[in-house]
Design a binder for this molecule. Structure first.
Ligand SMILES: CC(C)(COP(=O)(O)OP(=O)(O)OC[C@H]1O[C@@H](n2cnc3c(N)ncnc32)[C@H](O)[C@@H]1OP(=O)(O)O)[C@@H](O)C(=O)NCCC(=O)NCCS
Length: 400
């Protein structure tokens, strides 16, 4: 190969490429935190003109599928090409190398997953939007006395709130987080390296200098019931400015929806906060949206919903056999992978909520591209919608 991709021990070239490509600064502390996380995985580089012109990182983790089980997952991050070398096939080379080294043959993960900066980049590599998020812009003053929120929060029973350092609660937090991960498809189970990062201060690239606040909710017996992770942001030049006095809610994790409601009630009760944002964390069917009486106080930011994780089914047969199903039936499914590795035709025999999946040469009842299969597997996108959008071909009656 003329410009071989290769792996390196140091991650500094990756951060430099990413700074130029994303237009963000990654300070030394943040580099150190990311280096520790990237060290749990593999970093790939592509060279052009004697320099590293593109890079990406792959972090092994696991991801939940419908039905509450997990499959192993390669999380892809920091995909970036130097602006001087864009549109010269650098990313194509990198993803191609990851696919041939990690996403083919024995030992491949069930899935690969990433957040896409743009919707037009990843379908060519077999990734499709698998989940949807609903970023919210919350008006706290309208929810301080909200009867629905109060009722749901009180259902949690007595809770004591306290500011904590993440490391203080991380051991107790894990089982709560893991239960939440399997309760919703496409959740990411944090590896020890991810928990180490969660424990480190800071965490989000391009974030504000405002301190990270974690508030733990404990039951009267002292057991952790949940926590909220947020950042207050006040414009540095005018701390009393009304506009921009915000609270960015990064994570609400709770043992029950009632505890989550109690944590949200804590947030809307914060003094001097004009607006609260949820950049990542809410699904379109999050209980909060039904809990509050004044649901218009939870205005969606534009656009109303947004694609969340993009998933590539690296081992479709294993993922289809791991996820849960409703009802019974059989089907021959054909998947077409633009990268080739995951193409195939499988017979699915679904009984008692599980599928037995075997390769077959029988004629398919249903054909679709691998990127579209991600929504079908993780989000239960109605098949008839995919057919209507010319994204799936039904070849036998009765499949829909
Ligand atoms: C996105 C990015 C990694 C693409 O890298 P690249 O090396 O220029 O990509 P390639 O040259 O391999 O392009 C492969 C194909 O994808 C297309 N493509 C790449 N980026 C695209 C984009 N942002 N929008 C639409 N198409 C894009 C190219 O046109 C090309 O298509 P073609 O083969 O039909 O001509 C690079 O533009 C970048 O670093 N952007 C800023 C950071 C970023 O958004 N990273 C992705 C994070 S999820």
């Amino acid at each position: 190969m003329e410009h071989p991709a290769r792996q390196r021990a140091s991650h500094d070239p990756l951060f430099t490429i990413a700074e130029h490509a994303f237009g963000v600064g990654i300070d030394p502390a943040e580099r150190a935190r990311w280096a520790a996380l990237l060290g749990s995985g593999t970093t790939f580089y592509a060279e052009r003109d004697g320099i590293e012109a593109g890079s990406l990182g792959v972090l092994p983790a696991s991801q939940s599928v419908p039905g509450g089980l997990l499959v192993d997952a390669d999380l892809v991050t920091w995909v970036a090409t130097l602006p001087t070398h864009r549109r010269q096939g650098v990313m194509t080379e990198l993803v191609g190398r990851v696919a041939s080294e990690r996403w083919s043959g024995d030992g491949r993960p069930g899935v690969a997953a990433l957040w896409a900066s743009e919707a037009r980049i990843y379908r060519r590599f077999g990734f499709g939007p698998a989940t949807t998020i609903r970023p919210l812009r919350i008006a706290p003053d309208r929810l301080r006395d909200d009867a629905g929120l109060a009722r749901a929060a009180e259902a949690a029973g007595p809770l004591a709130f306290s500011f904590v350092q993440p490391a203080q609660i991380s051991a107790e937090a894990r089982p709560i987080h893991e239960a939440a991960v399997v309760a919703r498809p496409a959740g990411i189970r944090r590896t020890p390296a991810f928990w180490d990062r969660w424990c480190s201060v800071g965490e989000f690239v391009g974030g504000s200098a405002a301190p990270r606040s974690i508030v733990a909710a404990r039951r009267p017996d002292g057991a952790l019931a949940g926590w909220i992770d947020y950042r207050r942001e006040v414009p540095a030049d005018d701390p009393l400015a009304e506009e921009g006095s915000t609270c960015r809610v990064m994570e609400v994790a709770a043992a029950s929806p009632a505890v989550a409601a109690a944590l949200w009630r804590f947030v809307v009760g914060l003094d001097l906060v004009e607006v609260a944002y949820t950049p990542w964390s809410l699904a379109p069917d999050d209980p909060l949206l039904r809990v509050v009486d004044d649901h218009r106080a939870l205005a969606a930011t534009a656009p109303e919903t947004w694609d969340g994780l993009w998933v590539r089914l690296c081992d479709p047969a294993r993922v289809l056999a791991t996820r849960g199903w409703q009802g019974s039936g059989s089907m021959v499914l054909e998947l077409d992978d633009p990268m080739g590795y995951a193409s195939g035709t499988w017979q699915l025999e679904i009984r008692d909520g599980r599928a037995v999946v075997e390769a077959t040469t029988a004629a398919p009842d249903l054909s679709l591209r691998l990127d579209d299969a991600a929504a079908l597997v993780f989000a239960d996108a109605p098949l008839r919608e995919l057919v209507a959008a010319s994204r799936a071909a039904v070849r036998s009656d009765g499949v829909i």
